[in-house]
Design a protein around this ligand. Sequence first.
Ligand code: HEM
Length: 126
Amino acid sequence: MPRISQMFIGTAVIYVIIGMLGGIIMGAKQDFSLAPAHAHLNLIGWVSLALMGFYYNANPAKAESRLALIQFWISTIGLWIMIPGLVLTLRGAPAGEPIVILGSLITLIGMILFATAIFRKTPSLR
Ligand code: HEM
């Protein structure tokens, strides 16, 4: 498996473990106020990033590109900013809103870069 795929899937599985623990804590406390943060951590952090990892695994020439590495870090940093911002917002802290907006925009740029990686022509490895 290319290193970039290992990075995507290896970090994604950590996010889903954190997300599942959060889900269990929500259920145990019967406090579902952080459900949107749980959902976004799982769906962006686990589902989307793992899918990206599998895509690069299926396209080794693209996995070697600099764009793939840049895209990994943009998507990762976006998530790292977005989720705490979402938690703050859901907890009612006004400071959370600009953070979640910034994180969301960076996350969107990560997905646009992923689209660019998909549609960009790359030389075949063979
Ligand atoms: C141990 C595993 C998990 C537990 C215990 C768990 C628990 C929960 C709980 C308690 C809620 C709130 C339900 C409510 O508001 O009534 C929830 C919502 C949700 N979960 Fe999970 N979850 C788990 C894994 C996942 C995974 C892996 C995903 C996605 C890949 C996911 C996606 C969602 C979504 C989309 C919602 C709805 C959020 C919303 O309504 O704002 N969950 N989960």
